[in-house]
Design a binder for this molecule. Structure first.
Ligand SMILES: O=C(O)CCC(=O)C(=O)O
Length: 307
């Protein structure tokens, strides 16, 4: 396990996998399929019951569990993609309901994932920002929810020693859509941020969250940051990356015929010096999803001078 901590300290990102993660991902997909049918969120198909039965059969055996996950992952990815063409609202409802599912919370609480987080952040007390959890549903032709290059710390300005949990439920690659990231040393400290607080607040007040995030950016020269790396894997592997790791969404290839599903959560070390300072100084959860405010708080904490 110390290996995991070392890798995280060096690169800012680690991959974690295990049979229980595979099973928890598959259970969540089965629940998403069941709830979609009960609420008529996706196009109805006679094969749903068959998909569930076949997946459960694969899952019953350790050797075939991974195959079961891939089977239901591909089925859900294509069902959501096809349903979005005729009922986009159903997808939005699925997105809203996902984080209320018991299986969603079971996945985020998976013992391998939780012990990895404790090890990586080297803490006995882990906090989870409850507003930071959710399921992304990315469609190949939709750009609005995509994130630009950023460090999580500014949108969730709660601790420097904190991590993003990113769990793909479907295949991820540059073809299927994925995440691009830039390894350390860039991920060892907050990078200066330039943004317009007033404009960001105006957009947030109108509920235009993703657009608001894009009113600012990391002040970094692309040539200083190096080449991006891309996550590329089947479902069943989850990623834990530092809140200081610069990263961005990568849209799927326009020929892709599947939706990308990814669960997310943000965790922090309660003994982190920024967290303790913020607790004494102001509202602990202030600045949520307001990177300009995150930058202001960081400057105040660290004594960084504004340009
Ligand atoms: O999944 C994605 O495309 C982007 C995720 C991301 O940038 C984030 O969680 O901060």
């Amino acid at each position: 396990m110390a290996e995991l901590r070392d890798k995280f300290a060096k690169s800012g990102l680690v991959a974690v996998t295990g049979l229980s993660i595979i099973r928890d991902c598959a259970d969540l997909l089965i629940d998403l399929l069941r709830v979609s049918r009960q609420l008529s969120l996706l196009i109805q198909s006679k094969s749903e019951a068959k998909v569930i039965t076949a997946t459960e059969r694969y899952l019953a055996n350790d050797e075939t569990a991974r195959r079961g996950l891939l089977y239901i992952a591909d089925a859900m990815s294509s069902l959501i993609f096809n349903s979005a063409k005729v009922n986009r609202r159903g997808i939005a409802e699925l997105y809203d309901i996902a984080k209320h599912l018991q299986s969603f919370h079971k996945l985020l609480s998976n013992p391998i994932i939780q012990s990895s987080l404790l090890e990586i952040l080297d803490t006995e007390t882990l906090l989870q920002c409850k507003e930071s959890i959710g399921l992304r549903i990315d469609l190949p032709e939709e750009r609005t929810q995509l994130t630009n290059l950023h460090q999580e710390f500014y949108s969730f300005p709660f601790a420097l020693n904190s991590a993003v949990l990113w769990i793909p439920l479907t295949r991820i690659s540059q073809y299927h859509g994925t995440l691009a990231y830039f390894e350390r040393p860039h991920s060892s400290a907050p990078i200066p941020y330039v943004g317009d607080i007033a404009r960001q607040d105006e957009m947030l007040a109108k509920g235009r969250l993703q657009e608001a995030q894009k009113t600012g950016q990391l002040k970094i020269n692309p040539k200083d940051i190096g080449e991006p790396r891309y996550l590329d894997t089947d479902p069943g592997t989850c990623y834990i990356f530092s809140a200081l790791l610069p990263h961005a969404s990568v849209i799927a290839d326009s020929r892709s015929e599947g939706a990308r599903l990814t669960c997310q959560g943000r965790f922090l070390d309660s003994s982190d010096s920024f967290f303790v300072w913020k607790h004494r100084h102001s509202e602990v959860w202030s600045g949520l999803k307001r990177p300009s405010e995150g930058w202001r708080l960081w400057k105040e904490y660290s004594g960084v001078q504004a340009d």
